[in-house]
Write a protein that binds this ligand. Structure first.
Ligand SMILES: Cc1ncc(COP(=O)(O)O)c(C=O)c1O
Length: 402
């Protein structure tokens, strides 16, 4: 009897047999199931879609059309402006501070844009920067969101668990920055965001690494306890100065945990829609792999090896094997340590490599989510064993934001 992975391979091969690799597909059944599962895990709180992890207008719109999803977490201001102008959303929160003067000038020139887009701040200098583009009396109010750092600091800051983001870490610091924003003309503090990357973005059950998994779980539990107390206190301190419309937190790997925080009003998710390999190592929930790319076998250097054209679609982050794409179907393939995934060709070894013929397709999964879309102009949307639509990626629309 055919295994699930053989069935998937045959389904994807049948659906896309008319296409010439390399190309990328999204399996709509898996995508929609992931979307619904994320909503279920959010426990009634709205989900904001992380657009960097999707990078296709159509698929962002498809996500937002489902109950439980509301608004976009954008990754740059030009992107947010584009999405609002194209009516993908009327609520875009730009997740990272911006110093893009052209985009800021566009934002302040259009009251409708200014009403739909929220900027991220963690430093009064960012407010000053906005003022240099257009002074407060001569522009619509800018909506701003305060970024509360979610990392866990121990031993008086000597140990840092998490990423390096906002300088605003304590509830007191959050209250002070909120007071500063509230006192500044031309800005309205509408939200607080606090993204716990060390919980949401680190798998707590890395395959084959039991001890590391136990250590990660211990750190995540401690960090979650710290954040529950600190985020709650920070939100209270900020609410002394502003009527917050939302408190955003989390990501794919923490949807259930973050939504359980009473201080949080909405949770972000994006990667869980495509289900890239970095999300295979979680105990609580693993998205169904939904995004794949196909490369063609072009040569067989030795009986047990098959080489595909291309394949080196490597993910950002600290360089490690986990950032490499994984040959997924047929099962049993692996990269060769000496070459990895190559710029122009990728030799594959493993138990099934010898069965591959010239012209066969090998299906890969990317380590991260939206970055796949920087490699292709289109995504072929597969339903069952046919391509039901082909939609452009951001890149396919000529939009390379980062
Ligand atoms: C601010 C912020 N929120 C949420 C996320 C989570 O996104 P995803 O669900 O794609 O992991 C990220 C990812 O880096 C992020 O930077």
């Amino acid at each position: 009897m055919a295994t699930d992975s053989e069935n998937l391979r045959h389904r994807l091969d049948r659906a896309t047999g008319h296409l010439d690799p390399p190309y990328a597909v999204v399996d709509l059944t898996a995508f929609d199931a992931n979307s619904a599962a994320l909503v279920g895990r959010a426990g009634g709180k709205p989900l904001r879609v992380a657009s960097k992890s999707v990078r296709s207008r159509e698929l962002i719109a498809r996500t937002l059309a489902r109950p439980g999803w509301h608004g976009v977490l954008a990754f740059t201001l030009p992107e947010a402006i584009w999405l609002v102008r194209r009516e993908v959303t009327a609520d875009a929160l730009v997740a990272y501070p911006t110093v893009d003067r052209g985009a800021l000038a566009e934002l302040v020139a259009d009251p409708a844009l200014a009403a739909a887009i929220t900027l991220m701040v963690d430093d009064p200098d960012q407010l000053d920067f906005c003022d240099t583009v257009r002074s407060p009396g001569h522009r619509p109010e800018l909506r701003v969101c305060l970024d509360l750092d979610a990392s866990w600091r121990l031993l008086g800051g000597r140990v840092h668990v998490g990423v390096r983001r906002s300088p605003v870490h304590s509830a007191q610091a959050a209250g002070r920055l909120a007071a500063t924003v509230a006192a500044r003309p031309g800005f309205r503090l509408v939200g607080l965001m606090s993204y716990e990357a060390q919980i949401a973005g680190i798998g707590d059950a890395p395959p084959g690494q039991t001890a590391l998994g136990a250590a990660i779980r211990l750190a995540q539990r401690g960090s979650y306890r710290d954040l529950l107390a600190r985020r709650g206190a920070a939100v209270a301190a900020v609410r002394d100065h502003a009527d917050l419309e939302f408190v955003n937190g989390g990501g794919t790997g923490s949807v259930a945990a973050t939504s359980a925080d009473p201080a949080v009003t909405e949770v972000t998710a994006g990667s869980g829609l495509y289900g890239p390999t970095l999300f295979d190592g979680y105990r609580s929930w693993r998205p169904t792999p939904a995004a794949f790319f196909a490369c063609a076998v072009v040569r067989r250097p030795a009986p047990g090896l098959a080489t595909v054209l291309g394949g080196g679609w490597i993910a950002s982050g600290s360089a490690a094997n986990s950032r490499l794409p994984r040959p997924w179907l047929p099962a049993g393939l692996k990269l060769i340590g000496a070459e990895g995934a190559g710029e122009v060709q990728t030799p594959l070894a493993g138990s099934t490599a010898g069965t591959l013929r010239i012209g066969d397709r090998v299906w890969f999964r990317h380590a991260k989510s939206g970055e796949l879309c920087e490699r292709v102009n289109e995504l072929h949307l597969v339903d069952g064993d046919e391509v039901v639509a082909t939609v452009p990626t951001y890149r396919g629309e000529g939009r390379a934001f980062l």
